[in-house]
Design a protein around this ligand. Structure first.
Ligand code: ADP
Length: 643
């Protein structure tokens, strides 16, 4: 487990001293003529970063920042790079108009706000300091026109995988990203990656309830020939497993296919699910070959239904994005990345897509692709209008917050509709029952895996099988008072106070910040969170009896590990939040896009959340990162080879 890092960056007074030594002698008159910008002294300011408060201590002379110290608890990989480079930029330029650091927008903005708060106290004209802009390296000047073999639109997990895969297949690549950073939703995801993996699953015991689950998939009534074939394969694998006498958790790509298919109510394309589940493990190896590291265990992620989620060593999605950006840096002569560059339409010639029209920060960007364009712009979870336009499954989503980054606005879907591309499943919008009540984000979520936690409502009562599908849990949550619940865990999830969650936040830190509650008894915890202690104790006792197998779980839950019986007990508040949009553009097995008649659109490929047709009505937790990697690779290869 990585610890929350607390970095103290102290920049010395070197600049000030160097300034003195560089000044020509006898310059005092000139200095005196410079208008004073600050009241000299040392000032402090605070602002919220991605994961907590950022504190800036700024020392100013009359005309410049001479020292800047920043203390933060930002996530390693998301925050530390920002702090190093933006602190230097702010100080060296005495400016608040410095560019935010790509890959660390939230942290960059937090630092700028903290410094601004400090400078206000120094009497600074903050607006003037913001207008003192400093150009970033990536800034594109004027209209530009470029050509590459493959043009990728969108720099999240799917687009980055596609760019690299295209390069590995001999293509030169230009990737455009509308935001000032790479990563999209991928970098802020919990980053669970589902794959059957005999090596990592070998230490896990199989329970009787899990055996029944496998058998239930085999015996389901089915008419679709492809699904029937999966059932037959699973039956054969299951017989082989039983004959082996193994007590290990059973898993296989076939079980993963059936769970993905039924988890989405049989609406997903069996062809795409086949390719997906067969390629999750090879794609982990592909990532590992590029240097990405995963933890040596798997877990069951929220709504993942099975213990097969891999967890990267680095927090959130930074492991994926760092791996890809390292590759791109090493191959920068063949892969160009243009940030702040938003695709607006496809260039179509004789029915084939040959390029992309985009808007850069400083003008039009026209990109031509010799071999193919890959669309990887992600979903539309952050576009309230589009949610309202397509939503049929949920009550209005207008006022529901989202886990998504602000760039998840469905641009690629709109662009595709303009060229009559086929779109599917737009009404299938996924909500999680796991949003932070303030922000809707996944941060602050205290669950560590499905097996070891329960949900209770404001009365302290359980209300759902906490191991079930995401849509099932969210619908049940919406029926509770204020659509509000508490996640309850115990010491099994947090053996020590500095144990961190998926978002690299320590439980002690969350308790300190008032985002989680901690108590030595359930009664005391109930008091703290304002629920009926008797109900909470009963909910936990009943759950513990189901773990023991002495009582059937009232909600039909099948995924258990430890009892909730060891203090300290913890509670964290959660509400519904918009998370993923399963609908999008239709693709073939080669990730080619098709038109309304099902005819392939030459030159156009797609991967990731912008596509539809794989997950059906409900995506399994842990399937997104796996899917965007698998199909990102395929799209990149297909585009490079002009398949
Ligand atoms: P996926 O998981 O499918 O990769 P992400 O949300 O991680 O989805 O990444 C999608 C990326 O595409 C985001 O970084 C987003 O900012 C970017 N994007 C969205 N629309 C455009 C656009 N019009 N032009 C360029 N990039 C875009």
């Amino acid at each position: 487990m990585k610890k929350l890092i607390s970095i103290l960056l102290i920049l010395s007074m070197v600049l000030g001293m160097a300034g003195c030594s560089n000044e020509p002698a006898g310059n005092t008159e000139e200095e005196a003529q410079v208008e004073a910008m600050f009241t000299p002294g040392t000032y402090e300011g605070e602002a919220e970063g991605f994961h907590g408060t950022i504190k800036a201590t700024v020392t100013v002379s009359e005309t410049e920042i001479t020292d800047l110290q920043v203390v933060h608890t930002e996530t390693e990989g998301l925050g530390d790079k920002a702090i190093e480079s933006i602190v230097i930029d702010i100080k060296e330029n005495t400016s608040l108009g410095v560019p935010v650091v790509s890959g660390a927008t939230y942290s960059s903005e937090g630092i700028l706000k903290a410094v601004e708060a400090a400078l206000e106290k120094a009497g600074a004209d903050v607006q003037a300091l913001k207008e003192k802009t400093v150009a970033g390296d990536e800034e594109v000047k004027g209209d530009i026109e470029k050509t590459a073999d493959v043009v990728v639109i969108g720099g999240g997990g799917a687009g980055l995988a596609a760019a690299i895969s295209a390069h590995q297949n001999g293509a030169s690549v230009i990737l455009i990203e509308k935001m000032p950073r790479l990563g999209g939703n991928t970098i802020i995801s919990g980053s669970a990656y589902n794959s059957a993996d005999p090596e990592l699953q070998s230490g896990l015991e199989m329970t009787d309830l899990e055996k029944q689950t496998v058998e239930s998939y085999i015996s389901r009534e089915e008419s679709d020939p492809a699904v029937k074939e999966w059932q037959e394969t699973l039956a054969a694998e299951w017989e082989e497993y039983k004959a082996s006498g193994s007590t290990n958790l059973f898993d296989s790509p076939t079980l993963h296919k059936l769970q993905t298919y039924y988890g989405g109510d049989g609406k997903g394309s069996t062809e795409l699910i086949d390719i997906f589940a067969e390629n999750t493990l090879p794609s982990i190896k592909w990532l590992e070959d590029m240097g990405m590291e995963f933890k040596d265990y798997v877990f069951t992620v929220l709504g993942g239904l099975w213990n097969r989620a891999h967890k990267p060593e680095k927090p959130l999605g930074t492991g994926f994005v760092d791996t890809y950006t390292n590759y791109i840096e090493e191959n920068s002569s063949d892969i160009e990345v243009l940030l702040d560059t938003k695709a607006v339409s496809f260039i179509v010639e004789d029915g084939a897509v040959t390029g992309v029209n985009a808007e850069g920060k400083n003008g039009a960007v026209t990109l031509y692709a010799n071999n193919g364009v890959v669309l990887a712009t992600g979903g539309f979870g952050a576009n309230v209008e589009m949610r309202e336009q397509y939503n049929t499954l949920w009550p209005s989503l207008a006022n529901i917050k989202t886990t998504n980054h602000t760039g998840a606005t469905g641009d690629g879907i709109v662009m595709s509709q303009e060229i009559n591309a086929s779109i599917t499943g737009m009404e299938d919008i996924q909500l999680l029952p796991m949003g932070d009540p303030e922000t809707g984000s996944l941060s602050g979520n205290i669950e560590q895996g499905v097996q070891n936690r329960i949900f209770v409502n404001k009365d302290g009562n359980r209300f759902v099988d906490e191991g079930s599908r995401r849509d099932v849990m969210t619908k049940a949550l919406m029926e509770q008072t204020d659509s509000f619940m508490w996640v309850i865990v115990d010491k099994h999830s947090y053996p020590t106070g500095d144990t961190v969650n998926n978002f690299n936040e320590s439980i002690d830190g969350l308790v300190e910040a008032g985002r989680a509650f901690k108590a030595d008894s359930l009664e005391e915890l109930a008091k703290q969170i304002g629920v009926d202690p008797e109900n909470l104790v009963k909910a936990v006792n009943d759950f513990n009896a189901a773990v023991d197998g002495t009582m059937e779980d009232s909600f039909g839950r099948t995924l258990f590990a430890d009892k909730l019986d060891t203090a300290p007990f913890y509670a964290g508040a959660r509400v519904p939040t918009v998370h993923h949009t399963m609908g999008g553009v239709v693709i073939t097995e080669n990730a080619q896009m098709v038109d309304g008649n099902g005819v392939v659109i030459k030159g156009l490929y797609a991967a990731g959340e912008v596509t539809g047709g794989i997950h059906g009505t409900n995506r399994l937790g842990g399937n997104a990162l796996a899917e965007i990697t698998v199909f990102g690779r395929i799209a990149g290869e297909s585009a490079a080879l002009g398949k």
